[in-house]
Design a protein around this ligand. Structure first.
Ligand code: PHE
Length: 452
């Protein structure tokens, strides 16, 4: 193993840091609003199908590439392909994760601002007040930019501390707190009067809502949520130990990630139904429903409402942070290793680029709505471009690379840890990455383009 590279210190650290990358605003913010827009339970079934059929094999493929090569994403593909253009898959991943970091930081910045606002007791009021508060804040020309960039700087500080002391330690603390808080809020939300309509929306499928674009959304959301297709998993896997069982870890992470997304749905929709907010109100959904939940659910003891709301936004900030760290780490590892820059200087390259994009994205959904590309605000454009095109493409190429290109012995060796585990699943895995994943992703793309 290359001595200069960091690596995760324990098995728990590996799972928590990778799960920390996977669990984030994708689960608590994006999943609920996509589910709301795409019709509820039927979307969730498609989403779970994508996780099982395509997500887990895709994750294992990225793990194999990263752990085998022990290098940043671009070099990993380069090394394993003997200098063929597969390196481009690594570049694609680095580009994708940096774009995601740019727009993700906008929402993470909103969370940071809401944390501050709950501390200052500013988000207390009726439903109208709370939704006006969100609009006023998000359309302000300066505030959302400042909070977004502050979030990127926070990420920067953790990343430059390195893999074990920064990333691993942060994840070990933050993940368990997140889970406990989520459960408290699910209970609060489900006990509001009228909450059952929300639960029904979440669990009663209406298949008439399923269209080509809903399928693409489910695929994009599955990949986004697992951090799959950005080479993020590949980069993290390069810090795994030789003992890590890749399939096992992928399964654990996918399970935890899906569980948290469903919990987030159970936190939002019953509450939205209770306060009469439409489930398809888009990206602002959690920022408008949740302050209401806190107030109504704990109306008799306002102090509890106050504390819970602070804890909740703190939690969102933590969840987002463990994800932004991973997006940032991909590019930082790349510049450090390829251009021999000190780690802190490489981190600045990503920080500056992402901050610029964050500023433009924040303006596009707020102060300057003329910042549009292909008819949608720049922020939505970046979101759709990455989730619905770049991630599935990156994931598909990772599967093709592992399934068809790298030597069978290498795949066997990594998948089974040298013949010590998962022997039974090896063939199933190969079949999935050679045929099932590429064909399914291709079909979804073609369907969306109107070809099939
Ligand atoms: N999976 C993260 C989330 O759900 C987002 C993410 C995407 C992180 C791509 C890294 C890479 O919030």
């Amino acid at each position: 193993m290359n001595k200069e590279r960091g690596n995760f210190g324990s098995r728990l650290g590996i799972v928590l840091a990778t799960a920390g990358s996977a669990v984030g605003l994708g689960n608590v913010w994006r999943f609920p609003y996509m589910t709301g827009e795409d019709g509820g339970a039927a979307f969730i079934l498609l989403y779970v199908g994508c996780i099982l059929l395509l997500g887990i094999p895709g994750m294992v493929s990225e793990f194999i590439v990263g752990r085998r090569a022990q290098a940043n994403a671009a070099r990993a593909y380069d090394q394993l392909s003997g200098g063929r253009p597969w390196r481009l898959v690594g570049y694609l991943g680095i580009l994708t994760s940096s774009i995601i970091l740019g727009f993700y930081a906008v929402v993470a910045g909103w969370c940071l601002q809401y944390l501050y606002a709950s501390l200052a007791g500013q988000v207390l009021g009726d439903t109208d007040y709370v939704s006006r508060y969100f609009t006023d804040f998000s359309t302000h020309p300066v505030k959302p930019v400042v909070w977004g960039v502050a979030f990127i700087l926070l990420t920067h500080v953790v990343v430059i501390r390195g893999v074990r002391h920064g990333i691993e330690r942060a994840s070990k603390w933050l993940m368990p707190i997140l889970l406990v808080l989520l459960v408290v809020l699910v209970v609060a939300s489900c006990s509001l009067p009228g909450a059952m309509r929300g639960v029904e929306f979440l669990f009663k499928p209406d298949f008439s809502k399923v269209t080509g674009s809903v399928m693409l959304d489910a695929l994009g959301q599955a990949f986004f949520s697992l951090s799959l297709g950005t080479a993020c998993l590949c980069t993290y896997a390069s810090y795994f130990s030789k003992e890590t069982r890749l399939l096992h870890s992928a399964g654990e992470i996918a399970l935890l990630d899906t569980f948290i997304a469903i919990l987030a749905g159970l936190m939002i929709f019953p509450a939205a139904a209770a306060v009469g907010i439409s489930p398809d109100s888009g990206p602002s959904l959690i920022f408008i429903t949740l302050p209401n939940v806190f107030q109504q659910a704990f109306a008799t003891v306002p102090a509890v409402a106050y504390v819970v709301s602070i804890m909740f936004y703190a939690l969102l900030v933590f969840a987002a942070l463990t994800s932004t760290i991973s997006m940032h780490e991909i590019g930082t590892a790349f510049f450090t290793e390829e251009y021999h820059l000190p780690r802190s200087r490489s981190a600045w390259v990503i920080t500056v680029a992402a901050s610029l994009l964050c500023m433009l994205c924040a303006w596009s959904v707020g102060a300057f709505d003329s910042l549009r590309l292909m008819g949608v605000p720049l922020m939505d454009f970046c979101d759709l471009l990455t989730a619905n095109v770049m991630l599935p493409l990156g994931g598909m190429l990772a599967c093709l690379f592992v399934g068809w290109y790298i030597p069978r012995e290498v795949v066997y060796d990594e998948f089974t840890n040298g013949g010590r585990c998962h022997l039974r699943y090896h063939r199933v895995f190969l079949f999935a990455v050679r045929y099932v994943c590429p064909i399914c992703i291709m079909l979804v793309f073609l369907h969306q383009l109107g070809v099939v």
